[in-house]
Design a binder for this molecule. Structure first.
Ligand SMILES: C[S@@+](CC[C@H](N)C(=O)[O-])C[C@H]1O[C@@H](n2cnc3c(N)ncnc32)[C@H](O)[C@@H]1O
Length: 244
């Protein structure tokens, strides 16, 4: 199974194997490669729980596109959140709530922290061009983040609306971020908008991450312009704000 995955996705497997060491270096030694490896393994339980909830909701592959968007790489989000122990995390793009689940589980394991998430009302993806490229829907009749269990919700604040309008307002109303993660509209314009707005509100040493960096050049242009290092894990990209 592992070998088949490696043969089908050689670049992705290589990224995954290298991820703990590369992320440890990017995070300036906040966690060792061994710790990150351990947390990635620990998060397998969350993946299994997500799969159980999807089965319970009679999910079939292709039925709720996006329900499993970050399941294969979600453990990386969990491990980074464990390592950074951020007091404030902000993500854009919730859909059914896979990434949200990994962030919140890590926050709970850390003992403190708050996750802010932004998404549109279900069925209102604004950019039709983007929708054709990556049609991700919340399961019919469900709210964004429906996968997230009740006990994790006290550490979660959900903000409804278009990231272009809502993100600047949320950023102005919360303390500086330890971690930002983009997974909403993957157009060059929207991705650049989010990165550039979030960047000044990141603490020194904080991490900016993004899903689907291969959709366009936005992430690569961003790190080039800001002259910051990058780590790629599957379709995720991460960079770090320099320490003060
Ligand atoms: C790729 S999915 C998110 C997947 C999720 N992070 C996960 O782990 O399963 C993208 C989400 O972004 C939302 N979205 C798209 N355009 C948006 C916009 N302009 N503002 C806010 N959310 C947006 C969509 O409604 C959709 O739920």
């Amino acid at each position: 199974m592992v070998t088949r995955f490696a043969l089908q996705h050689p670049l992705r497997s290589w990224h995954f194997l290298r991820a703990p060491a590369a992320l440890s270096k990017l995070m300036g030694g906040k966690a060792t490669s061994r710790e990150l490896h351990q947390w990635i393994g620990e998060a397998g339980a969350i993946t299994r729980e997500i799969q159980r909830r999807l089965r319970e909701a009679a999910w079939e592959p292709g039925r709720f596109p996006g329900a499993t968007a970050t399941q294969d790489r979600g453990p990386v989000l969990y491990a980074i959140t464990r390592a950074l122990r951020p007091e404030v995390v902000l993500e854009t793009g919730v859909a059914n709530g896979s990434s949200t689940y990994y962030f919140l589980a890590a926050i709970r394991a850390n003992g403190s922290g708050m996750l802010h998430s932004i998404d549109l009302p279900p069925g209102q993806d604004l950019n039709s061009e983007y929708r054709r490229a990556d049609a991700i829907d919340v399961a019919k009749g469900q709210e964004p983040g429906w996968l997230v269990p009740e006990e994790l919700r006290p550490h979660w604040q959900f903000h409804l609306g278009d990231t272009r309008l809502v993100l600047p307002k949320v950023l102005a109303s919360i303390p500086a971020l330890g971690l930002f993660f983009h997974d909403s509209e993957h157009t060059y314009e929207a991705m650049s908008f989010e990165y550039e707005n979030a960047w000044p509100r990141l603490n020194p040493g904080a991490i900016l991450g993004s899903d689907d960096i291969g959709f366009n050049r936005a992430f690569f242009d961003f790190v080039k312009n800001h002259r910051t290092p990058k780590v790629l894990v599957g379709g995720f990209g991460f960079t770090r704000k320099p320490s003060a």
